[in-house]
Design a binder for this molecule. Sequence first.
Ligand SMILES: Cc1cc2nc3c(=O)[nH]c(=O)nc-3n(C[C@H](O)[C@H](O)[C@H](O)COP(=O)(O)OP(=O)(O)OC[C@H]3O[C@@H](n4cnc5c(N)ncnc54)[C@H](O)[C@@H]3O)c2cc1C
Length: 380
Amino acid sequence: MYDVVIVGAGVMGSATAYWLSRAGKRVALLEKYSPGHVRASSADESRMVRYQYRGQTLYTEMVAAAVELWKEFDRRSGAGFYREQGALALQARPDNPPFMEGYEGLLELGYEPVWLDGDEVRRRYPHFTNIDSGYLLEGLGGYVAARTATQALAESAAELGADLRTGAEVTELRESGGRIARAVTQDGSTFEAEDFVIAAGPWTPKLLPDLAIPIRSTAERLHYLSPPDHDAYSYPRLPPFFVMDTNFYGFPVHWRGCVKVADDTIGATFDPDRDREHEDEEAVAKLRDFLRRHMPGLSDAEVVYSKTCTYSMTPDADFVIDYLPDRANAIVAAGFSGHGFKFGILIGQILADLAMRGTTRWDLTRFRLDREPAAMDGHW
Ligand SMILES: Cc1cc2nc3c(=O)[nH]c(=O)nc-3n(C[C@H](O)[C@H](O)[C@H](O)COP(=O)(O)OP(=O)(O)OC[C@H]3O[C@@H](n4cnc5c(N)ncnc54)[C@H](O)[C@@H]3O)c2cc1C
């Protein structure tokens, strides 16, 4: 018998296990593969932390709170996963609405993004061409080395007493008396608990097929390139960046001496259990087009590694954090829609608070299962 059973050891489940274990709760963390495995959304080397959210105060406040928690956990664990390098926002054409709303939203919230006209972008960041303008929030944001952070959270939870089970796929959530009573894994083992947290990422619809907010697993391609000049493509000469109206974004040299460049366009539906390290010529051709136009110094750079990752898209790109209908002891946290990692350690704290006390200081109305999702207009 546990206090809380958590399904899924991605960043969300691992962070929940960490906070609950730190509070002395008896926790089982059940993971179908292993924390930070290649198929998980949390598995990659870099996830951007940016404060701009088109003036959406809740998200920006959550980013600021999450950053403090990331830094504290990074110090405590010694894992060294947080890179405070800022985030450079660029647009190829003037007045792109999401870009401008992001900039103006930061000003309204009291931040001081530095506006860069085209000449200033070229002077500071000669890596880019055909850019109209940009802005930089100096010293705020950057990226988290995602796989390292996820594994550090799961390992810290285990050190604090959590029962971490790998190769444990939950195939059934068994009910009794209007509550979830136990999780059953593929080998027939059962895990009983007072409360359950389901943080199964893009696999969520497999375990919970009838959620009121649909979650679609989509294919997203990312590429690691070997730059011609390491220093020129390393921080601080190149910070994490995105060219918003192209959907491409990237990170300075970090993993295996490579720059990462990836495409944020919402892709086709993709089974998260599928192989994802296969070649994708179409995606590489699209990457080369972007590089030729906007980062010509990389247009012939060797693609050292490339893979498909999966977003868990909701129709409005807002998260799902809510109790399952009529199940007061089971919370689902899913649908992080390609922008959830930065919040991971905070979401874990929120889920732990809900499991322990039934409340959180955060207003979760926006993430409820009974909302009417409006179609998403561009990016957050
Ligand atoms: C290419 C890409 C780029 C991204 N970029 C950013 C970014 O720059 N900034 C940002 O903030 N966010 C970004 N994101 C989003 C972010 O990575 C995700 O929102 C976040 O990692 C989701 O974490 P999760 O724990 O919900 O899911 P996952 O990491 O997928 O974890 C779910 C876990 O549950 C396990 N599981 C599933 N079903 C079961 C079961 N039945 N039994 C047991 N275990 C199970 C899985 O094996 C998996 O380990 C990006 C995502 C992708 C794919």
